[in-house]
Design a protein around this ligand. Structure first.
Ligand code: HEC
Ligand code: HEC
Ligand code: HEC
Length: 216
């Protein structure tokens, strides 16, 4: 369920999953001939209709029309609200480990370049992982205490607030500490540097967890 491209399709083509999407997004790429209904092209609400149809909240008529200017009935409103609640209550499969979420246009290298600048990150390989970030973003010691060992800031001081303060991470991915960590038997907050093969609840299928590394 969480191997290879399936993971990618779940995140990058998030269109089948509830909520607004960050990774991919429902909005972008509908060519006119790929619209879900035959009578919405050019309508002022076209994109909203496309978005809500992609989530299965509205389904249109059997003849392929949506009839965007028709009034809604009370029964239809009840149906839409019921589907919305079903969507809200549908569990989202857990993602654990940096590459489980960071792939496609959202690789760690791209996150580094886009948020920290190309100059500082030109040496990163496309497939750079968490350990490559720590070459410069490990916690500093001595006169670099509180900073990164080379970079001005440590990786932990970047990723903790960025994720735990993100609605996208918290709501869309149901992200939490265990998206990135395993607490080992001695209480160490190990980092999940590889994507972790888990069941839908996030419980690992392989133990000890491959790629769970002790922090620096
Ligand atoms: C469950 C999914 C998920 C996991 C696992 C995850 N991330 Fe993220 N990450 C996100 C999302 C979503 C964002 C964008 C947050 C936003 O912009 O609201 C993000 C943003 C980032 C950014 C951008 C920082 C910035 O300045 O904006 C970096 C760097 C990053 N993650 C690194 C990591 C590292 C390193 C790991 C593993 C230790 C990791 N992430 C694990 C989902 C995840
Ligand atoms: C060769 C050293 C080096 C490596 C390796 C490196 N970085 Fe950086 N990073 C820097 C430096 C230097 C800065 C500060 C850039 C600036 O201020 O212009 C920085 C800044 C950042 C920032 C912006 C932090 C902020 O203050 O908002 C993010 C995000 C970032 N790096 C992510 C990463 C990620 C993710 C990786 C691993 C994929 C990585 N970096 C690997 C040197 C490095
Ligand atoms: C997006 C991934 C991510 C999330 C989410 C995250 N962490 Fe971390 N955490 C890291 C990374 C990366 C490090 C730094 C690892 C290193 O320096 O080797 C770290 C370091 C730590 C450390 C220091 C471990 C040590 O011994 O030095 C603790 C403790 C910790 N995290 C706790 C938490 C808690 C508690 C939460 C939830 C509230 C959390 N983390 C959420 C990625 C994450």
């Amino acid at each position: 369920m969480k191997i290879g491209r399936l993971r990618i399709s779940k995140k990058l083509l998030f269109t089948t999953v509830p909520v607004v999407l960050l990774f991919g997004g429902v909005g972008a790429a509908y060519a006119a001939d790929a619209l879900p209904f035959t009578d919405i092209a050019g309508h002022p609400a076209q994109q909203a209709i496309v978005n809500v149809a992609a989530r299965g909240i509205i389904k249109g008529y059997p003849d392929g029309t949506f009839r965007p200017n028709d009034p809604v009935t009370r029964a239809q409103v009840a149906t839409f609200l019921d589907r919305l609640q079903t969507e809200e209550l549908t569990p989202i499969a857990a993602q654990r480990g940096c590459p489980d979420c960071h792939q496609g246009p959202f690789t760690l290298k791209n996150e580094a370049v886009n948020n920290g600048g190309a100059a500082a990150h030109s040496g990163l390989a496309d497939g750079a992982g968490e350990s490559d970030c720590l070459i410069c973003h490990a916690p500093g010691t001595g006169d670099r205490e509180g900073k990164g060992n080379v970079a001005p800031i440590s990786l932990r001081d970047i990723v903790h607030p960025v994720h735990m303060g993100s609605k996208i991470f918290l709501a869309e991915f149901v992200g939490n500490c265990f998206s990135c960590h395993n607490v080992s038997g001695d209480g160490t907050f190990q980092v999940l540097a590889q994507g972790v093969d888990t069941n839908d609840k996030g419980v690992p299928n392989t133990l000890p967890i491959p790629g769970a590394v002790d922090p620096q």
